[in-house]
Design a protein around this ligand. Structure first.
Ligand SMILES: [Zn+2]
Length: 194
């Protein structure tokens, strides 16, 4: 990442942290683990290894009964590189909790409201309650411009990942002045019909 990219990221992270309670990684781990038991797919627990990396544990019907894997993702930072027994959306939700522990910008409460809805049924009202109890952010902060996201996409390039302004509403994102060579966003929102 170039120097401008580093500055931009720092700016976005600072903005993300502003107004949030300063808590340690260990405390954030406890917070993330207070949310996981409310999922439909139960039995997933997060741990930290001796080097501070997040480890995901779950109980399996097959041997070994307790599986422990260091969280390593591919692509958008939503899915681990190894095979997991839960669905893709739950993987995205677990990824948000891992990012929470890591202190990285996450998808907002609105995404969880959708996952808790009857359409997805990944979790329920108790999940939203647990998230509000740990002050999960209601508004996504763009990792590119540091402002509240205009629309919502997901950025992942050169080690920077997180919510970003929608490519469809990009005129309001400061990043447009300093465009990347290639857009690497997964569109979470359909284009607005004008
Ligand atoms: Zn932006």
């Amino acid at each position: 990442m170039d120097r401008r990219g580093v500055r931009r990221e720092r700016h976005a992270i600072l903005k993300w942290d502003r107004g949030r309670e300063v808590v340690s990684k260990e405390q954030r781990l406890v917070q993330a683990n207070s949310v996981l038991p409310t999922f439909t797919f139960r039995g997933v627990v997060l741990e930290l290894d001796s080097t501070g990396h997040v480890v995901v544990c779950w109980t399996s019907a097959h041997k070994p009964a307790l599986v422990r894997k260091r969280w390593v993702t591919r692509g958008s930072d939503f899915h681990p590189t190894w095979r997991y027994p839960w669905g893709g959306t739950q993987s995205t939700a677990i990824a948000q909790l891992v990012r929470w522990v890591q202190g990285k910008p996450t998808l907002p409460l609105g995404s969880w409201e959708y996952w808790a809805s009857d359409t997805v049924k990944l979790c329920g009202p108790e999940t939203l309650e647990a998230l509000r109890a740990i002050n999960w952010p209601a508004k996504p902060i763009c990792v590119l411009c540091g402002n509240e996201c205009a629309g919502l996409d997901w950025w992942n390039l050169d080690g920077v990942s997180g919510p970003c302004c929608s490519a469809w509403k990009v005129t309001s994102c400061r990043f447009v002045r300093d465009p990347p060579t290639q857009w690497h966003t997964s569109t979470l929102e359909p284009p607005q019909s004008s």
